[in-house]
Design a protein around this ligand. Structure first.
Ligand SMILES: CC(=O)SCCNC(=O)CCNC(=O)[C@H](O)C(C)(C)COP(=O)(O)OP(=O)(O)OC[C@H]1O[C@@H](n2cnc3c(N)ncnc32)[C@H](O)[C@@H]1OP(=O)(O)O
Ligand SMILES: N[C@@H](CCO)C(=O)O
Length: 377
C-alpha cells in the first residue's frame, strides 16, 4: 500500500500461508474475484484429517493466535496462552488453523488488496456479510482437505462466524465454542458502530475510501476516534472507575490546564496502536459485516436457524460484558438443541474478558475438545 498511515500488512514471509480460494459469489450483491486467505497453523493434521480445530478472530485480530511479536505482528499472539503443547489447544493432539477474516488487512483479501487492475480495491471493495466470510473459510477448509472440524472456536465477531458455520455447514463441525457473541447484531451494537463509521468517513484523508493510492497518512484520526469509542464498549464501567478514576495523566492538570485524564491517555494509546496495525478500510468493511449479522436472515428467523445446529455447542458469556451482554448468549443456548448449559467467564474487564481471561476460556475450549471425536492422535 502507498499510504494509509503507518499501517502495514505485515511481514509477508513470517509463518503465514496463503490459499487462493477463487471467486466468491457474495450474499448481498456481486462477486469478489481472486480471493486469497492468509492463515497460520500449529500442530499436525492426522492421517484421518479429523483433528483440525478452526480458530476465528474478532474485529481487529488476525491469524497470529500464538507466538511472539514479529516484524509483521507488533504484538504477541492474541491467545498465546491457549495454543501449544499441554495447553487448551494442545498442539501435540490438535491441528490448529487460524485464518485472517475476509475483508481483513493481514494477508486475506480486503479493501487494501489489489483489485484485478492492480490498484487497491478501496471504495470499489464490495459489501461483505458474515456469511461471505464463512464461505471463504469453507473454501480454505476445502483447500486443506478438511471435511469436518473437531471444533470451531471464536469470540465476538469470531463467535458470529462460528454460529454461521454451525448453521450453514452442520455436517462440517463436531463441536463449537461461541464466546461473548450473539446470533444477531443488536440495535445497540449497530448504534455503537454508527459514530465509528462516521468518524472514519468524516476524516478528509478517507478520500471516499480511496486513500490507499494517495500520499498522506490516511484516515488515522478517524480510525483513532472509532477505536476510542469501541474500546470503551470493550471494557467495563467499574474497571475504568477503579483503574483510572479521575486521575490526571502526569503532572499537567485537565481542569484549567492542558493535561489529560489518565483514562483519556489510555484511549489515546489504544487509538495510536491500532492505526499502526490496522487498515481503516478494513475496519469499515468488517464493521458493516458485523452489523449484517443475523443467523435468521432468509431462514425463517433466529429460532429456526439455530434449530439446524447439530454439533456439541459450548456458549460462554463474560459476566461484565456490556456490548454482548449475557442475555444474548442465553438466547443461543435456549434455541440450539445441542447446546450445553451456558458457561460464564467471570471478569472485571467487560467484553475484552474473552481475550484476557485465558485460564477460564481455556477450560471452555478443553471441554469442547473433550467431546470432539478423533480417530487417532
Ligand atoms: C481476537 C482479537 O480480536 S485480537 C485483537 C485484540 N487485540 C488488540 O486489539 C490489541 C490491543 N489491545 C487490546 O485490545 C487489549 O489491550 C487486550 C484485550 C488485547 C489486552 O487487554 P489488557 O491486557 O487489559 O491491556 P490494556 O487494555 O490494559 O492495555 C494495556 C496498554 O495500555 C497502556 N496504558 C495503560 N494505562 C495507560 C495510560 N494511562 N496512558 C497511556 N497508556 C496506558 C499500557 O502501557 C499498555 O500498553 P501496551 O499494550 O502498548 O503495552
Ligand atoms: N479487542 C477486540 C474486541 C472486539 O471483540 C478487538 O479489537 O477485536
Amino acid at each position: 500500500m502507498a499510504a494509509g498511515g503507518a499501517w502495514s500488512a505485515g511481514d509477508p514471509v513470517g509463518r503465514r500461508h496463503f490459499a487462493d480460494v477463487g471467486t466468491l459469489t457474495l450474499e448481498a450483491r456481486g462477486a469478489l474475484p481472486d480471493v486469497t486467505v492468509a492463515y497460520e497453523t500449529w500442530g499436525t493434521l492426522n492421517a484421518a484429517r479429523d483433528n483440525a480445530v478452526l480458530v476465528l478472530h474478532a474485529l481487529t485480530g488476525d491469524s497470529h493466535v500464538s507466538g511472539p511479536a514479529t516484524s509483521g505482528h507488533p504484538t504477541a499472539g492474541w491467545w498465546d496462552a491457549l495454543v501449544g503443547p499441554g495447553r487448551a489447544l494442545d498442539t501435540d493432539q490438535w491441528f490448529v488453523v487460524a485464518p485472517n477474516v475476509l475483508g481483513g488487512c493481514q494477508g486475506t483479501t480486503g479493501p487494501a488488496s489489489p483489485a484485478p487492475d492492480g490498484r487497491a480495491w478501496g471504495s470499489r471493495f464490495p459489501f461483505l456479510t458474515v456469511r461471505d466470510q464463512v464461505a471463504a473459510e469453507a473454501r480454505l477448509a476445502d483447500r486443506l482437505g478438511i471435511d469436518s472440524w473437531a471444533s470451531v472456536i471464536g469470540g465476538s465477531m469470531g463467535g458470529m462466524r462460528v454460529l454461521e458455520w454451525a448453521v450453514t455447514y452442520p455436517d462440517r463441525l463436531r463441536s463449537a465454542v461461541v464466546l461473548a457473541s450473539t446470533a444477531y447484531a443488536t440495535a445497540e451494537q449497530i448504534a455503537w458502530c454508527e459514530p465509528q463509521l462516521l468518524a472514519i468517513r468524516a476524516d478528509a484523508q478517507w478520500a471516499g475510501g480511496d486513500y490507499h493510492e494517495l500520499d498522506g497518512p490516511g484516515p488515522v484520526a478517524g480510525l483513532g476516534i472509532a477505536r476510542r469509542i469501541a474500546h470503551v464498549t470493550y471494557r467495563s464501567e467499574l474497571e475504568l472507575a477503579e483503574r483510572f478514576g479521575r486521575s490526571a495523566q502526569g503532572d499537567e492538570q485537565p481542569i484549567g490546564g492542558s493535561g489529560r485524564y489518565a483514562v483519556e491517555s489510555y484511549l489515546d494509546h489504544h487509538a495510536d496502536k491500532l492505526h499502526r496495525r490496522f487498515d481503516a478500510g478494513s475496519y469499515v468493511v468488517l464493521t458493516e459485516a458485523m452489523n449484517s449479522h443475523d443467523v435468521g436472515r432468509g431462514r425463517s428467523g433466529v429460532q429456526q436457524a439455530l434449530g439446524r445446529v447439530t454439533c456439541d455447542l459450548y456458549v460462554a458469556s463474560v459476566d461484565s460484558d456490556r456490548l454482548y451482554p449475557p442475555r444474548l448468549s442465553e438466547e443461543i443456548v435456549a434455541a440450539v438443541p445441542t447446546a450445553r448449559p451456558l458457561l460464564t467467564v467471570s471478569s472485571p474487564y467487560g467484553h475484552d474478558g474473552f481475550l484476557i481471561e485465558t485460564s477460564q476460556v481455556g477450560e471452555v475450549v478443553r471441554r469442547s475438545l473433550a467431546s470432539a471425536r478423533v480417530s487417532a492422535p
